[in-house]
Ligand binder design. Structure first.
Ligand SMILES: [Ca+2]
Ligand SMILES: [Ca+2]
Ligand SMILES: [Ca+2]
Length: 655
């Protein structure tokens, strides 16, 4: 149970506009409190037919989380107040009634101010000029319809919405003290001492004397439900009502069903907006968007094409744009989103398998993981967890390199209830293998000619394993072109040599054949660019080395650099070169670690170029017989002394 406050301060403030009926002791509970003092513990004053009575304070759960709110089977038949089977809480009575739990009957709440008067009071605040209100304007007996929480990344004030009648008017209250005292379903009174308008939305910025009169009213029920709440189904309303008529529906509690008509876009820091279509608004428009915290859009994986139901949310606004809003998953129901597809499976350790899907997966849909994820070769599952679009399975111990398959049952669904498409439910993966560790040994950066003359990079295997996930990079992965090659899944042994062919001849008549099974799988006799003593891999598309001053590096799937070398030509390196050099120095991959205590730049002493290996002198239009830049010894000192230009040895050890 969270916060239940009874704030006694207000009574005089709200008394201002009310008088006591002739001959009666009271017209409402405030009279009683003023005349007779505070009620006994656990009691509250009510004014019953002009007489003050103390009654038990209703302690029902908040409406909306009440298990039987709105679905109470016997609260729907006609007059809930005279239901022979009786009420169980205020949530099963009419809005202006309370449940007498002693007699199980709904009774008039005894609060004298008619809801129409409360609406007039709300309208008076909406109509007031911005700024301090003197005297403060009372609002008596309004219902708290919705609480707007603080949202990560947004500096908008949290607050709550009040309303007395389904057709409004409504008001947002951003006073923090009042917010701490109320819950959805409360009937409250307070005085508004300052009013603000932000982005067109009117709010009570400061209120005093917040009093909770009664609690647990079924305010979030639809206005046509029994018992009736304040949420109006506006699915058939047109933009004349919802957008052009925004002043008349702003902040009101709304039920809305429709479709997400476009991808999400920014709609204020921390929020994502989606153009929507409904029965009444048939074309998407930027002035009519469903607004949700970005974290909720991610949690629900909201995408174009989903059908949504906003169960009860306020109509927020920004100037002329109407923004029906939801803040938690319980407020928004999704269906009809594109079915999730099972994209891939890969082992990340001998006992862990990661499955990737196109949409966020519902953890609740996984009720029996061993039956819903079936594995071949006797592999079993002991645990699972869901992280957005990934499902991580704990498996029995895999055999490294063995090919397995995993099939996902169509009972596994995304967060909107869509089944994993059955036609794409099986993926293969190989038992986990240690990633190989590679060292750069030889580079030809200047093979700009035609025919078979292409840039080459040679590497040697320091630690056996798979080359899957390794990448060859120029400068950094975020540079252009950045990644020169993504290595295939090949099991390599210590000492193996790999030759990466960048932008190779690769036509339909003469396709480049990368090797994944053996080093002479594509023999030189039939593939003249290949080396039978090395694994021949290819680069990405036409990516190749830019022959100026550049970093060449190899890194693993986790982003850890395995080896890196800064190469320079003559002349001043490109402006970005020192930054890339500093990055590999910081990663412990190059020495000196700095330039005499300062970052290495093109003007430092020594300069960035001075500490780099030189590949100057390599001829233009080089071919595989031309001089290359090569590592000189097996000892990697991470300095320029490790490298020199000279005769090539492609596919063979350098020394
Ligand atoms: Ca080969
Ligand atoms: Ca190195
Ligand atoms: Ca070599």
């Amino acid at each position: 149970m969270q916060r239940r406050f009874w704030l006694p301060a207000v009574v005089t403030a709200v008394m201002v506009t009310m008088g006591t009926g002739c001959g009666d002791e009271c017209v409402d509970q405030f009279d009683c409190r003023t005349d007779k003092g505070p009620p006994a513990a656990g009691k509250q004053w009510t004014c019953n037919s002009g007489t003050c009575e103390q009654r038990d304070i209703t302690q029902g759960p908040d409406a909306g989380t009440e298990e039987d709110a709105g679905t109470e089977p016997d609260a729907g038949e006609g007059d809930a107040g005279t239901d022979p089977e009786g009420c169980t809480s205020n949530a099963t009575c009419g809005l202006t009634e309370t449940c007498n739990t002693t007699t199980s009957t709904c009774e008039d709440s005894g609060f004298a101010t008619p809801v129409a008067t409360t609406s007039t009071q709300i309208q008076a605040v909406r109509d007031a000029a911005d700024g301090a209100l003197d005297p403060a304007l009372p609002i008596e007996g309004a219902f708290v319809t919705f609480i707007k929480p603080a949202v990560t990344g947004s500096n908008e004030l949290p607050g709550f919405f009040v309303q007395a009648e389904a057709q409004g008017p409504a008001l947002f209250v951003s006073d923090a003290t009042a917010l701490a005292a109320v819950a959805v379903g409360d009937r409250v009174s307070f005085s508004v001492s300052s009013k603000a308008t932000t982005g067109g939305l009117r709010s009570a910025a400061t209120v005093t004397g917040t009093t909770v009169i009664s609690q647990g009213h079924p305010v979030q029920n639809q206005s046509t439900a029994t018992p009736a709440g304040l949420a109006v189904n506006r699915s058939a309303d047109t933009s004349d009502t919802l957008v052009n008529g925004l002043d008349s529906v702003e902040s009101e509690l709304t039920y809305l069903t429709g479709a997400i008509a476009a991808a999400g876009s920014g709609i204020g820091a921390g929020y994502t907006g989606f153009q929507i279509t409904t029965e009444g608004v048939i074309a998407g428009t930027a002035n009519f968007r469903l607004r949700v915290p970005t974290t909720l859009a991610t949690e629900l994986d909201l995408i174009q094409g989903c059908t949504f139901t906003l169960n009860a949310g306020p109509i927020w606004r920004f100037d002329a744009a109407a923004q029906p809003s939801a803040f938690t998953a319980s407020e928004l129901t999704l269906s009809g989103c594109a079915a999730p597809t099972f994209k891939s499976a890969s082992a990340t350790s001998l006992t862990e398998l990661v499955l990737s899907f196109s949409r966020s997966i519902s953890a609740a849909s996984i009720t029996n993981a061993p039956e819903q994820f079936t594995l071949t070769e006797g592999l079993t599952i002991s645990e699972f967890r869901v992280e957005g679009q990934r499902v991580i399975l704990t498996t029995s111990e895999q055999t490294p390199g063995t090919t397995y398959s995993v099939t996902v049952a169509n009972t596994v669904t995304d967060v909107a209830g869509g089944s994993v498409a059955s036609e794409a439910s099986t993926q293969t993966f190989r038992g986990y293998r240690t990633p190989a560790v590679l060292q750069l040994t030889e580079v030809q950066p200047n093979a700009t000619g035609s025919g078979s003359a292409k840039d080459l990079v040679e590497l040697q295997v320091l630690t056996a394993g798979t080359t899957a996930g390794l990448i060859l990079v120029q400068d950094s992965v975020t540079a252009n072109p950045g990644t020169l090659a993504s290595f295939p899944d090949v099991d390599v042994a210590v000492g193996d040599i790999i030759v990466v062919h960048l932008n190779p001849v690769d036509t339909q008549e003469n396709p480049f054949r990368a090797e994944t099974l053996t080093k002479d799988e594509a023999p030189r006799s039939a593939n003249p660019t290949h080396y039978d003593t090395a694994w021949d891999f290819r680069g990405i598309g036409t990516n190749a080395i830019t022959y100026s001053s550049r970093i060449i590096l190899v890194q693993d799937a986790a982003g850890t650099i395995q080896d890196a070398v800064p190469f320079r030509t003559t002349g001043t390196p490109p402006g970005a070169f020192p930054g890339h050099l500093q990055a590999i120095q910081a990663a412990g991959q190059w020495l000196p670690a700095d330039c005499e205590g300062a970052p290495c730049t093109n003007t430092s002493t020594p300069s960035a170029g001075d500490v780099s290996a030189s590949w100057a002198g390599i001829p233009n239009n080089a071919d595989p017989t031309s001089n290359s830049v090569r590592r000189l010894s097996a000892t990697d000192t991470n300095t320029k002394e490790d490298w020199a230009v000279g005769a090539p040895s492609w596919g063979l050890p350098n020394f």
